[in-house]
Write a protein that binds this ligand. Structure first.
Ligand SMILES: O=C(O)CCC(=O)C(=O)O
Length: 281
């Protein structure tokens, strides 16, 4: 079976939350086109480029803390909800990201899909980069619910590109348009050697388990431009959409939400979450 693009991919204009929520129920994913104001996306993108330049400079100079080296540099992550990253006008990047998600269409999708009491998973709201020639960097097939230790309940991820041509000339996101409602078993191999180099190796789902979970559903790697957003359920199996022919770096940000009652406790030292209705600080 192949996915029906037109049912899972639509412009924001004229789109209602019911259609997106229904697609999430039936396929675990939906792509909304032109949902984000380009001015804000460009402001975030500019700051993100500066942020990575500073991160790379710190790496070269050996001045990053071990924590920043591991969590940020090696995984290609910036953390606007934990670190101060002001945009050109002084507004913290996290506030600009929250404002994008608080637009009526996305807020209504959150409410419809997750209900009234929703929590933003703070440490899973961050900026990411993925480029060619980064040995071990592409994220293998996994479920967010598994990474986030959410045994029960739905999770919703908004994956927002800051680069045009993600999925074509730069890495995108590849996912199986198939609704699942549980964590798929992944053999928690001891991460050694080559596997240890790979991100998320503990959560990687192998091909046989993917086939068992999704049957003959083929993966989909839509081409995305700035302004677009992927809505992805937390049980959806996905990975970095990467092909050797890709030549450009991709930047994106991710914002994840769950039902407040499903939230599992934070690990020691982790700032886990805050309610969606919190006033942005
Ligand atoms: O952006 C990517 O390449 C992979 C990210 C991912 O798998 C995720 O957002 O859970």
């Amino acid at each position: 079976m192949s996915h029906a693009d037109e049912e899972l991919d639509a412009p924001a204009e004229g789109l209602g939350p019911a259609r997106v929520s229904a697609a999430l129920e039936s396929c675990g994913c939906f792509v909304i086109r032109n949902a984000m104001p380009l001015e804000t996306i460009e402001a975030i993108e500019g700051r993100v480029l500066d942020g990575y330049a500073a991160l790379d400079a710190g790496h070269q100079a050996g001045t990053l803390s071990p924590e920043t080296e591991r969590r940020c540099h090696s995984y290609g992550i910036l953390r606007p909800f934990e670190d101060d990253l002001p945009l050109g006008d002084g507004q913290p990047m996290r506030m600009a990201m929250e404002a994008l998600i608080r637009q009526p269409l996305l807020t209504d999708i959150i409410r419809r899909y997750l209900g009234e009491r929703v929590t933003q998973l703070m440490e899973a709201c961050h900026v990411r980069r993925q480029g060619p020639d980064q040995i071990g960097r592409p994220v293998p097939p996994h479920q967010d619910a598994s990474v986030m230790r959410m045994q029960a309940g739905r999770l919703l991820n908004f994956w927002v590109p800051l680069t045009d041509g993600a999925g074509h000339s730069a890495p995108g996101l590849e996912f199986y348009p198939k609704s699942l409602d549980a964590i798929v078993n992944c053999s928690r191999r001891g991460a050694t050697g080559e596997l240890r180099q790979r991100m998320y190796s503990n959560f990687e789902i192998d091909e046989a388990a993917i086939r068992e979970a999704v049957g003959d559903v083929e993966p989909w790697s839509p081409v995305l431009n700035r302004g677009d957003v992927i809505c992805l359920d937390g049980w959806s199996i996905h990975r970095t959409g990467f092909k050797p022919s890709m030549s450009r770096m991709r930047y994106n940000f991710e914002m994840r939400f769950c039902r407040s009652e499903d939230l599992t406790p934070a690990m020691p030292g982790e700032t886990r979450a805050f309610p969606l209705d919190r006033q942005a600080a």
